[in-house]
Ligand binder design. Structure first.
Ligand code: CA
Length: 228
């Protein structure tokens, strides 16, 4: 969706300039701040659709900003710009809860692709053609409300966990390889990043541990959903 506001949090002016140029060329509005404290204030004040958040920042680092936003149950989409050796499980996992990450230095075209993919996922629920609830075993997934219930119990899922589960629940018993899941749940090719799928499946399993629906590993292939 063009016109949406992207908050770029980065203290290196040349990176801000590049991100801004590429994002604005795609019709996004861009605001930028240069430290973590300003980022928290700007998210509150501007309510951006998405935050591109550098990890290495003055005042508060990006991981801390991400953690504080999630601790406050702020659902804003977050892409973390990380150093290569950062712990991806932690970044995408429950503790930090970023929606995606990019290893620096990244190509601004790649940033634009990720931003679009995440925003496409979050607006899709508003589309008139969005499907009705999907039922499997004791699980109900409602794409319009973006809610999942196990029996009567709501299950709180992050955006990407929801997307992975939606793909699996739409095709119960079908075995998906990691690349296929990435393409369907993330909406773009994400070569070499299949570890991301494993992280999200692990989180989903934890959250669905009381459900009769299980995500099975098919060794050497990928995952499938089964209802006991
Ligand atoms: Ca920085």
């Amino acid at each position: 969706m063009s016109g949406e506001l992207i908050l770029v949090v980065e203290d290196e002016a040349n990176i801000v300039q590049l991100d801004r140029m590429y994002l604005e060329r795609e019709g996004f509005r861009v605001q930028a701040v240069g430290d973590g404290q300003a980022a928290l204030e700007a998210v509150e004040r501007l309510q951006p659709a998405l935050v591109v958040l550098d990890v290495m920042l003055p005042a508060l680092d990006g991981l801390e900003v991400c953690q504080r936003l999630r601790a406050a149950h702020n659902p804003v989409a977050i892409i973390l710009a990380t150093a290569r050796d950062e712990d991806i499980d932690r970044i995408l996992g429950l503790e930090l809860g970023a929606d995606d990450y990019l290893a620096k230095p990244y190509n601004p075209r790649e940033l634009v692709a990720r931003v679009k993919a995440i925003l496409r996922r979050t607006v899709r629920a508003d589309a008139p053609e969005a499907a009705g609830p999907i039922h499997l075993g004791d699980l109900t997934l409602d794409p319009l409300r973006r809610e999942v219930r196990a029996g009567e119990e709501p299950v709180a899922l992050r955006t990407q966990e929801f997307e992975v589960l939606a793909v699996l629940m739409s095709h119960p018993g079908v075995v998906f390889d990691r690349e296929g899941l990435l393409r369907l749940a993330w909406g773009y090719d994400f070569y070499g990043q299949t570890r991301t799928v494993d992280v999200h499946v692990a989180q989903l399993r934890k959250k669905l541990r009381h459900s009769r629906v299980k995500i099975e590993t098919v060794p050497g292939v990928g995952y499938k959903l089964t209802a006991e």
